[in-house]
Design a protein around this ligand. Structure first.
Ligand code: MTE
Ligand code: MO
Length: 371
């Protein structure tokens, strides 16, 4: 069993697949704290968790002109200033199960919990690339990419891999990290021990865990997960007609929000109802407003958003209190607005895609009110 060496996990996690391990925290735990506790942070593994001996760990960085660099964990910690970023990671498949209700899609049936937030600490990828000999501009004309490989490999020995554009990797503002800390602790095994990439504002798939190599290239990562997955398509495209070369790889994600409390189908007591949820957008576009409706979207109220949130890499946890009368049925809906005034689509059907990614329609939670 290639998964026999996987680490133990928290029993509260909702498991979508055991081998490889994929699990999300229950919604009500998700918004209990702004930073998700490490043991509750959603986990998305494609392969068995590699066992890494920290003393012999080396990160390979391919520099310009064929020169390459090998960094131990100690060198990564000692040679580069530690930089900290509070960032939300969201899987492209978050809320996929809602898409499957319109028409079946291929992929793990995530509910609303394939998203979590941590304070990440590590070396800036920028600093490591500069140290390896790269400059602020790509090595030559055209679009360049920074490709990452993990230490996790499939049965044929092929590792997980992904890439991001060079300009994001080298940008000081983009704050891309080679992280060795998560919420002040060393990275847990499920989240990439000892070193992972964290790309703030970008789909989780690019934040490669158990990082083994970094390479600058004129092409995107050749990995299956960069080329033939994590792309969006027209609702009419099916598995017979799909051409993965025709769509760009997902990087920044669209604006998203969901209701974590109450749960669909719940019976809530009359009196004051508290609705809770999260909202987030890609690219550092912070959420400026969350609208909540109790009547299916006919009337709306703006939820309370916490004030100072710093940079827009992290989610906003929001809340709305409203009096509700016994005997009524509520159709609770939420939708967020980011600082570019991007909004969420009202229904799933127009954004349906065969892989079930980018599922960000208004989130709807029907409940009844009891005495
Ligand atoms: N990195 C490696 N090496 N292997 C993986 O399977 N999964 C990716 C990304 N990095 C993955 C990986 C995907 S699709 C997501 S959504 C995030 O890791 C999830 O990070 P987490 O498990 O720490 O939440
Ligand atoms: Mo993902």
């Amino acid at each position: 069993d290639p998964f026999a060496g996987d680490p133990p996990r928290h029993p509260a996690l909702r498991v979508n697949s055991l081998k490889p391990f994929n699990a999300e925290p229950p919604p009500e735990l998700l918004t209990q704290s702004f930073l998700t506790p490490n043991e509750l942070f959603f986990t998305r593994n494609h392969l068995p968790v590699p066992a890494v001996e920290p003393g012999s760990y080396r990160l390979r960085v391919e520099g310009p002109g064929g020169r390459s660099l090998s960094l131990s964990l100690e060198e990564l910690r000692g040679r580069f200033p530690k930089h900290e970023v509070t960032a939300t990671l969201q899987c492209a498949g978050n809320r996929r199960s809602e898409m499957s209700r319109v028409r079946p899609v291929k992929g793990l049936a995530w509910d609303i919990g394939a998203i979590s937030t941590a304070r990440w600490g590590g070396a800036r990828l920028r600093d490591v690339l500069l140290h390896a000999g790269f400059g602020d501009h790509p090595p030559a004309e055209g679009e360049w990419h920074v490709c990452f490989e993990g230490l996790d490999v499939d049965a044929s020995g092929t590792p997980y891999g992904a890439s991001i554009p060079f300009h994001r990797a080298i940008s000081a503002e983009a704050e891309v990290l080679l992280a060795y800390e998560m919420n002040g602790q060393e990275l847990p095994r499920d989240h990439g021990f000892p070193v992972r990439v964290v790309v703030p504002g970008v789909v989780g798939a690019r934040s490669v865990k158990w990082l083994r190599s970094v390479a600058v290239s004129p092409a995107e990562s050749p990995s299956h997960w960069q080329q033939n997955d994590y792309k969006g398509f027209c609702p009419s495209v099916d598995w017979d007609t799909v051409d993965f070369r025709a769509a760009p790889a997902i990087q920044e994600l669209p604006v998203q929000s969901a209701i974590t409390e109450p749960r669909p189908g719940a019976a809530v007591p009359e009196g004051e109802l508290t609705v809770k949820g999260y909202a987030w957008s890609g690219g550092g576009r912070e959420v400026v407003r969350v609208d909540v409706s109790l009547d299916g979207g006919r009337t709306w109220r703006a939820a309370e958003l916490p004030g100072q949130r710093g940079r827009g890499w992290a989610w906003a946890l929001w809340e709305l209190r409203a009096p509700v009368a016994a005997g009524s049925r509520l159709d609770i809906v939420c939708k967020a607005v980011d600082r570019s005034y991007n909004v969420q689509p009202d229904t799933v059907a127009p954004i349906w895609n065969l892989r079930g990614v980018l599922s960000n329609a208004w989130h709807r939670v029907p409940v009844t009110v009891t005495r």
